[in-house]
Ligand binder design. Sequence first.
Ligand code: PMP
Length: 316
Amino acid sequence: MRSSSDGVFTNGELVPYGPIELNPAAAVLNYGQGLVEGLRAHRKEDGSIVLFRPEENALRMRIGADRLCMPAPSVEQFLSGVKQTILANKRWVPPTGKGSLYIRPLLIGNGAILGVAPAPQYTFVVFVCPVGHYFKGGLSPISLLTEEEYHRAAPGGTGDIKTIGNYASVVSAQKRAKGKGHSDVLYLDPVHKKFVEEVSSCNIFMVKDNAIITPLLTGTILPGITRRSIIEIAGNLGFQVEERLIAIDELLDADEVFCTGTAVVLSPVGCVVYHGRRVEYGNGKVGAVSQQLYSALTAIQKGVAEDSMGWVVQLN
Ligand code: PMP
């Protein structure tokens, strides 16, 4: 689907997966005018396919587009592009319990421009790929290395939108952490270098004395759709839920820690390393609260539990 800078997206069509032609002077290549989204489609036991809160992805893309001075497809156009692409590829949605179909909507400034300014043309593309677990071992505890040199995002920057440049800035820290045997990187806030922010591609929570606590969205953290869903699910299950600053020392003293995201779903954290100090949670086992929230979340996402929040979209 394409648009000039007037923001009217037209000419959506289904085409076979393949390279996109780009002008070397495309704004996305030179000035980073690009946004991504991520969703998962699950196959239910009856063979039908469901999506989880896709309007939230459409709205988040529109907020990001506004920040980057880009036009964005309407919520209806976004949903229609996502649904049509899934249905055209429905044979790739794995059977129940065998994974899911990852959906990647992409909005780029493909128009050519030299000099920093909004692109004259934009393209919205959706592609899909069957996936399994993001972290090796599925629902088994991951290990996080706290990053002490780099930050994921800067105050007043673009850390709270899903723009492509945010991922460029995490690759080296993530590579270093993986090289040392960790699953991913835990980022601290860029001002005090003491408050927990998030992980390269997921949000973080801690459990302490039956309270579930997640960092306040201060502008440098991506407002995850899974994060918001877990806050609501935990509240409905009777947990005390808090969104506030979490000092790293407090996280190190938590009963349980877990990460949330479309790709990682809910991944328990078994170990955090900070300043060379290694803190372990749960003796290598998944904590009871993490397990309870994982089960509640995935039952809704897979269309197994009753969808009392109206979060699940049935595709066929
Ligand atoms: N933080 C970052 C940096 C991410 O890339 C993601 C994945 N979109 C998340 C958090 C989790 O967001 P969501 O739950 O919407 O997938």
